[in-house]
Design a protein around this ligand. Structure first.
Ligand SMILES: [Mn+2]
Length: 369
């Protein structure tokens, strides 16, 4: 349960207080103090979470725009003690406020996108207003990509770790671009139920369903994509990932068969990690997990990874000595019918803290246990 509060600084501790607030892990936490109840200011934080309230092109269930707020609220429930990593919170964790500009663009974009999603191919071919709406939606998504790129780059230039908290899966494109510029030959470890390698989806060029296609085609600094948990894809995506030498796919069905035939998951986890280069970025779509961990996500699919399997893969990555230079968490959605149900966000905030800890440990900011 929630257990921390700020301790008032004594005057002789003033110097320490300027760089690092003291955290009482036995106090009562409030997300009003900051994410995980931590009272860090942005300038004192090593990790800066960028909430991106965006779900313009979500095709099935909207609501991921509310994900960052739900994760922030649920973060009060964290217990900082971790069996793998020592006190990640000490490095300073800070979540920025949601951008009013992005919120406005998202509202504008969703109204237009809904008309396009509801239309059939014939209507799209004939109706000029729908065609105009599509151009506008693509522009709005480009604008979001630019904002995320600019903000991520600004944080990386200050040697901080910028973490996109979505929003749908289109949100981290700009972040991955900024990371790939800082770390050329970047590898992307992608947890997801979906391949997300469609050329475009319903005419949307920057849809959540195209993010990894866009990453591989438009970001030259990315040298490798390793996908894990994939179980929902079309033939074009299957062919694209099969024929692209930079892409390695661990389909959910293949993982399940290998486990059922008695293979150790640790061996599989080491194999997954072995495909990655020195600098790794994790793009985590929560629906890569079994839907019991994320029943309200936009496009749930049966099957999927167990929470502890994910933790094992992440820990194997850190144990290999590779650097987890950045990561994101996307597609977390609160239950639209029951505001008191914070389960998806609860899983999300714990996963976010685990990736935070792993990244900080791999980069030498904190110790492994
Ligand atoms: Mn995805």
């Amino acid at each position: 349960m929630a257990t921390k509060k700020t301790v008032p600084q004594k005057t002789e501790q003033k110097k320490t207080a300027m760089t690092k607030p003291q955290i009482d892990v036995n106090g009562k936490a409030s997300s009003k103090d900051g994410i995980y109840g931590l009272p860090f200011k942005e300038e004192h934080a090593t990790i800066v979470y960028l909430p991106i309230p965006w779900d313009v092109t979500t095709s099935y269930q909207a609501g991921t725009a509310k994900g960052p707020g739900a994760i922030l609220a649920a973060s009060e429930q964290i217990d900082f003690f971790d069996l793998d990593y020592v006190d990640a919170y000490q490095a300073g964790l800070f979540m920025k406020k949601e951008s009013a500009k992005l919120k406005k663009l998202n509202t504008e974009g969703r109204v237009l996108a809904k008309k396009i999603i509801d239309a059939d191919d014939d209507q799209m071919a004939k109706n000029k207003n729908l065609q105009k709406a599509l151009v506008k939606v693509n522009q709005l998504c480009e604008e979001m990509n630019k904002e995320v790129y600019k903000e991520t780059k600004a944080q990386l230039d200050k040697n901080k770790i910028a973490v996109v908290v979505g929003g749908d899966h289109s949100t981290p494109f700009g972040a991955i671009k900024a990371y790939a510029e800082k770390y050329p030959k970047l590898g992307v470890l992608h947890f997801d139920a979906h391949s997300d390698t469609r050329v475009a989806y319903m005419g949307f060029q920057n849809s959540h369903a195209s993010i990894m296609h866009n990453v591989m085609e438009k970001i030259s600094g990315v040298s490798k994509l390793v996908q894990v948990g994939i179980r929902d894809f079309c033939e074009q995506e299957f062919n694209y990932t099969r024929d692209n030498k930079k892409v390695e796919v661990y389909f959910d069905q293949t993982l399940a068969r290998r486990k059922m035939s008695g293979e150790s998951f640790q061996k599989i986890a080491k194999e997954i990690v072995s495909h990655l280069p020195e600098h790794v970025y994790i793009s985590f779509d929560i629906d890569g997990l079994d839907p019991r961990f994320c029943p309200n996500t936009g496009t749930p699919v049966p099957g999927g990874l167990d929470y502890q399997e994910v933790v094992l893969i992440i820990n194997e990555l850190i144990a290999s000595g590779k650097k987890l230079v950045g990561f994101d968490l996307v597609e977390v959605a609160p239950n639209p019918k029951d505001k008191t149900n914070e389960w998806d966000a609860n899983v999300g905030m714990r996963l976010l803290y685990k990736m935070t800890s792993a990244s900080l440990a791999s980069l030498g900011h904190i110790k492994k246990r």
